[in-house]
Write a new protein. Structure first.
Ligand code: HEC
Length: 402
């Protein structure tokens, strides 16, 4: 396995010696880690735990043994508890589903640390450990600024990442000036250069940069709400149930160590600020200042229409909204608020008029796989999908222009 490890690195970046050095050092490190396992050796040595990881994705993982990254260190801690060593299978773009398919599901590795714990992440093909942490978006600003909720952003210039939940969330707020950036790095730079007052960006990278490049100068406040914060876990292929159970068995004892690792890499893992639905939905709702989570607020304040009033399809809009925000919102935005018009599902009625319903069923049943829209007919039954449709009907944009 050591040899294949090096070979992979060479293939990936043939021109860079440093990579090879890193790989060799990693192998040496693995050899060192092997010693305690052998010493402990009651009976035969267990095979190493094979982790898939991205070699250039700090704060999560890197092939620099001096700075292996949060996920790799969590993986190493888990392996050690199981009396196993770790071998790393380097893979670029760790997060993509395609990567998961080519690595975890093709048995290139036993586990991937830090996958988002969403039921629909890869369907039933991927199973998860208990949650290990929460990740998402954070507000970053100078330490003397009050950042207790969305209304503290009023009148400010806020950096948001292109096509991110924060961008969607702030899209309807005329009283907050959005400055679109392409990456959390760019958001931090805009903050540092005084181009924005706040950066509302991907928290782990913000925390890591704050720690390593900005001398811990900024406060980082995690946010909570649909698409803003989610649990992450260790993912396994479906057939690895026994290994998953073993890992679950050791995780509770590892929580303090895992928390310490979050701190080491500057990745926020603290109590988040909750964002209010009323705040987000319209600029005129000044009244409620009590912060609440996005989901709860809407359920409490604005019961969506149900079958009786929802038009031609029978279904339950509240249940539909739940499915939507749990699954579809990752791409189409929480409550279908989406800045990118092409996937703005509030425009379905305008776009398709009388064909709205037939377009919905065809698209949702079969997907448009080439365009990135998955097929859902094997995931939800038609009653559930009808609920989603009824919910979407209740949020159609009926305004004037286009
Ligand atoms: C992984 C991202 C993703 C998820 C999750 C997703 N969609 Fe989509 N969806 C897309 C993309 C991308 C398109 C646009 C495809 C295109 O360009 O034609 C789309 C298009 C659609 C359309 C057609 C829009 C139009 O104007 O033609 C509908 C309806 C739709 N999605 C409904 C849903 C529903 C309902 C769910 C949840 C059950 C869902 N989508 C989940 C990515 C996603």
């Amino acid at each position: 396995m050591s040899v294949s490890c090096i070979a992979r690195n060479e293939l990936r970046t043939p021109s860079r010696n440093t990579r090879l050095e890193h790989a060799i050092r990693t192998v040496l490190l693995s050899a060192l880690l092997m010693v305690p396992a052998l010493a402990a050796g009651a009976g035969e040595t267990k095979p190493p735990l094979r982790l898939c990881a991205d070699p250039t994705n700090l704060p999560f993982s890197s092939d620099d043994p001096g700075k292996p990254g949060l996920y790799l260190e969590i993986g190493q801690a888990v392996a050690q508890k199981l009396g196993r060593t770790v071998s790393t299978n380097w893979y670029k773009s760790y997060f993509g589903k395609r990567t998961v398919r080519e690595t975890l599901l093709s048995k290139q590795c036993d586990a991937m640390v830090g996958l988002p714990l969403i039921d629909d992440f890869m369907g039933p093909a991927v199973i998860f450990s208990k949650p290990i942490a929460h990740e998402g978006y954070a507000l970053v600003g100078s330490k003397d600024r009050k950042l207790a909720g969305i209304d503290d952003l009023r009148g400010l210039r806020v950096a948001v990442q292109y096509q991110s939940t924060p961008q969607n969330l702030l899209a309807l707020r005329d009283d907050i000036r959005k400055v679109t950036v392409l990456s959390p790095e760019e958001g931090m730079a805009a903050l540092e250069q005084g181009k924005v007052d706040i950066a509302f960006i991907w928290a782990p990278v913000a925390g890591w940069l704050n720690k390593t490049s900005y001398g811990d100068k900024y406060q980082i406040v995690s946010t909570e709400g649909d698409g803003l914060l989610w649990a992450t876990a260790i993912g396994f292929a479906k057939a690895s149930g026994a290994l998953r159970d073993e890992v679950d068995g050791v995780l509770p004892a590892l929580q303090p160590e895992i928390s310490a690792l979050f701190a080491k890499y500057g990745v926020p893992n603290g109590a988040p600020v909750k964002f209010g639905e009323a705040d987000r939905a319209t600029t005129s709702s000044v009244g409620s200042s009590e912060p609440v989570t996005v989901g709860q607020a809407a359920a409490a304040e604005k019961p969506v229409q149900t079958a009786a009033t929802a038009g031609d399809a029978k279904g339950d809009a509240t249940a539909g909204r739940e499915v939507f925000n749990g699954t579809c919102a990752h791409c189409h935005g929480p409550d279908a608020v989406q800045a990118e018009r092409k996937i703005d599902l509030r425009l379905l009625k305008k776009r398709y008029a009388d064909d709205m319903e037939s377009t919905f069923w065809k698209t949702v049943h079969d997907g448009r796989p080439a365009k990135g829209m998955p097929a859902w007919k094997d995931v939800f039954n038609d009653d559930e999908l009808r609920n989603v449709y009824v919910y979407l009907q209740s949020v159609q944009d009926t305004g004037g222009s286009n």
